[in-house]
Design a protein around this ligand. Structure first.
Ligand code: 13P
Ligand code: SF4
Length: 367
């Protein structure tokens, strides 16, 4: 059992037994009672029942920025997933407490890279490529990985600033190790003009480097960690082929956590912020298929009745871990704070936080 499991406390029955109206009223009352002591950032993938109470909504980059800016609230109740709450803890003051309403709200992608695997990979990769690599990590990674990157001259990045951050990385060294999402890495590298054969893939389970037959050690510009988002991998090229055949006037926009093939065949790609802005600015009557998490797609459908919006994959489900933050857990978190028994706190070890902050602050130079 990990430390993460040991710290987890389960939702008391009383919150499970409350009706939706009772939970809503309680959330309103507790928010009012806690006032400025409380700050609630909410990611765009959160459920409607929770996001309605957020003080700030945003993509990963925006939420990291607002968390760093708010040094006043004593309690930050983070409506998102574990790595986002860790980032908030790293960026907030020592007198501030970050709470994740349900500790099971992890991210399968962030779990695909741990420190031991990364140190092993670094040893093997530096033996092949020498001192030519800068490690860069998507913010969808644990604080440990961000700290590793900070210690080795690299930085964090998000899907909003990945291109700018890779340009910065190539000013530091000839090669980039991109953790943990191979797809965001491949999509961004390709966008920067790096051909696919100049990218290799590091498999952290087999400890091996996977390379195209045209690849040479000298040519290699990017080493992609073999990780992915289990939600975005459900958008496939056959969904695009079907749409193009049946509805050629429907535009397709996807998140860059989708595979390279899907991004190439779509009309556009970008972070959740970019997807929202594209739909907001689209003409009335326009038709869209969106390749991202379902809570956000449903919100866009609801907020833009003048536009015809569908999910790129009709069978798509929400992100299960994002969905763990529901109204009962949210009310429980607020109630515990009001009763002085704060629960499910996120507290990154000081040494790790110090190095992770270096990586995050390098990213903040480019927002
Ligand atoms: P962004 O909101 O930064 O685009 O990230 C999407 C995501 O998968 C967060 O887990
Ligand atoms: Fe993680 Fe994917 Fe869910 Fe984002 S959508 S939290 S990357 S599993």
């Amino acid at each position: 059992m990990s430390l993460f499991d040991l710290q987890e406390k389960t939702l008391p029955n009383k919150y499970k037994e409350m009706t939706n109206d009772e939970l809503q009223d309680k959330a309103v009352q507790l928010k009012l009672e806690l006032g400025d002591q409380l700050f609630i950032p909410g990611h765009h993938y959160q459920k409607e029942e929770v996001i309605q109470f957020a003080d700030a909504t945003g993509d990963s980059l925006q939420l990291a920025i607002v968390s760093a800016q708010n040094q006043e609230a004593k309690y930050v109740v983070f409506c998102g997933v574990h790595f986002m709450a860790e980032t908030a803890d790293i960026l907030t003051g020592n007198d501030q407490t970050v709470v994740l309403p349900d500790m099971r709200a992890g991210c399968s992608m962030a779990d695909m890279a741990n420190l031991k695997q990364t140190e092993k990979a670094w040893e093997e990769l530096t033996a092949i490529y020498g001192d030519t690599i800068v490690p860069m990590t998507y913010v969808n990674s644990t604080a440990d990985i961000k700290a590793f990157v900070g210690r080795h001259g690299g930085a964090t990045l998000t899907s909003s600033n990945a291109r700018k951050m890779l340009e910065w990385a190539y000013e530091q060294k000839k090669r980039v190790l991109f953790l943990p999402d191979q797809h965001l890495g491949r999509n961004t590298g390709y966008d920067l003009g790096i051909p696919l054969h100049e990218m290799t893939v590091w498999d952290p389970i087999k400890n091996e480097l996977i390379a195209d037959e045209n690849n040479t050690v000298e040519d290699t510009k990017m080493i992609l960690w073999r990780g992915h988002c289990s939600v975005h991998e459900n958008f496939r090229t056959e969904h695009i082929a079907e749409l193009r055949e049946n509805e050629p006037d429907r535009k397709i926009i996807v998140h860059p956590e989708c595979t390279w093939e899907v991004v190439q065949k779509s009309d556009d790609s970008g972070s959740t912020k970019k997807i929202i802005e594209t739909i907001e600015n689209a003409p009335s009557g326009s038709k869209w298929a969106i390749g991202t998490e379902m809570n956000l797609v449903n919100r866009l459908i609801k907020n833009h009745p003048d536009k015809d919006i569908v999910s790129l994959n009709k069978e798509m489900c929400p992100c299960l871990t994002m969905n763990r933050i529901d109204l009962p857990h949210f009310v429980w978190a607020l109630d515990c704070i009001a009763n002085g028994e704060v629960n499910n706190t996120i507290s990154v070890n000081e040494e790790i936080a110090k190095d992770a902050k270096v990586a995050i602050e390098r990213m903040f130079q480019f927002v």
